[in-house]
Design a protein around this ligand. Structure first.
Ligand SMILES: *Cc1c(COP(=O)(O)O)cnc(C)c1O
Length: 361
């Protein structure tokens, strides 16, 4: 049972509940993003118990898995659909995020064939340069989308702070609101969804870096939805990775088993070349140390995103090992070491078949 991820469902539910409540004050609903959980139905149910109104995932496989497990919330595909997966998408996703008319037309045809209606949220480019329609082109696309059979135009959204780290601020959020207003006016509609972004938007909503959930003087405008993954799962603000007030940062723990424990010099000997993952960082000579080998490595997690429990220092890693300095800790073969994870480490651990996932109530 070693190499495992311990997942505390109670802490995840608490985090989600607090964020749902704090955002409700501002008229903002929460879409719980499950991609970092590999579409875990148990975690999706916890999101639902906490009051998220929709679930979102970037992978159709994850949405299918949750649906098969009878998770009942509306499902959103948050990555632009692949043409090669259209049939699966209209089958399992109620809504998808889109930027290409060709794909939306294919969704329309496929929904028509199975007699369903598929919801469309158009993603708008506001500077982070990942997915998105340029703001000046949105109106033209909406005009086509609202005419398509078996398609329901649900609204607009944006994604910031993901590729380039462009921060959500008053300016870009006001631009999204203004676009929602002008489209509604133009077409005589009231769009359901104006999705302002992800966990990185919390700081903008609550003003200031501590995210306390106190009444803010922000002009929230038309923003009525956020898509939250990291903030719920890890309790941190992705803009600076500081803990969000009152939330748990340790709902996930990664555990590795000690397979070697020896006193060794900290400085390697012999002629130096590249190592398994390129050129290793320079080594500081600390004399002889208590070196620990754990049976967990890059195939199991992003070792650069781990924080070991107090008194241990990560010295390096390879595909199958983490090397630690145990310092004053005395250890036995078979002992276990616990780590907290960042988003990247969580993502890789959840997707590694070598890591057991252990859910705790
Ligand atoms: C991953 C993702 C999210 C969630 O981001 P977090 O930082 O985990 O809150 C939201 N929207 C889209 C489009 C995503 O791909």
């Amino acid at each position: 049972m070693s190499a495992r991820l311990e997942i505390n469902l109670r802490k995840i539910q608490y985090n989600a509940h607090i964020l749902v409540q704090r955002l409700a004050v501002h008229g903002i609903s929460v879409t719980g993003i499950s991609k970092a959980t590999l579409g875990s139905p148990a975690i999706a149910k916890v999101f639902q118990n906490a009051g998220v109104t929709m679930l979102g995932d970037s992978r159709i496989e994850n949405l299918e898995k949750m649906k098969e497990a009878n998770v009942s919330a509306p499902m959103t595909l948050i990555r632009t659909p692949m043409l090669s997966q259209i049939d699966r998408i209209v089958e399992s996703a109620d809504i998808s995020f889109n930027t290409e008319l060709k794909i939306i037309k294919a969704l329309s045809r496929a929904s028509n064939l199975i007699g369903r209606t598929h919801g469309i949220v158009l993603m708008v480019e506001l500077g982070d340069l990942r997915e998105g329609i340029m703001p000046s082109d949105v109106e033209t696309i909406v005009r086509s989308v609202i005419k398509l059979p078996n398609i329901e135009f649900q609204g607009i959204g944006t994604k910031l702070a993901c590729r380039k780290g462009v921060k959500p601020d008053d300016k870009n959020m006001a631009e999204l609101s203004a676009l929602a207003n002008s489209i509604d006016k133009k077409f005589g509609i009231t769009m359901n969804i104006v999705s302002g972004g992800n966990s990185s938007n919390l700081e903008w909503v609550f003003r200031g870096s501590t995210i306390e959930g106190k009444e803010s003087s922000r002009q929230i405008g038309r923003i009525n939805n956020l898509r939250l993954g990291e903030a719920i799962l890890l309790g941190r603000n992705p803009l600076d990775r500081e803990p969000i007030k009152d939330l748990y940062t340790d709902a996930f723990n990664l555990i590795g088993e000690v397979i070697e424990f020896k006193v060794k010099p900290s400085k390697p000997w012999g002629e130096m070349a590249q190592a398994a993952f390129g050129t290793p960082p320079p080594i500081k000579n600390q004399g002889n140390i208590h070196q620990v080998l754990l049976a967990i490595g890059e195939q199991d997690t992003d070792t650069g995103g781990l924080t070991p429990s107090a008194g241990f220092e990560i010295l390096g890693a390879s595909s199958d090992h983490i090397i630690l300095n145990a310092k004053e800790n005395s250890l036995a073969i078979g002992d276990e070491i616990t780590f907290e994870l960042n988003y990247s480490a969580l993502l890789r651990s959840m997707t590694s078949p070598f890591v057991n996932k252990v859910m705790e109530e």
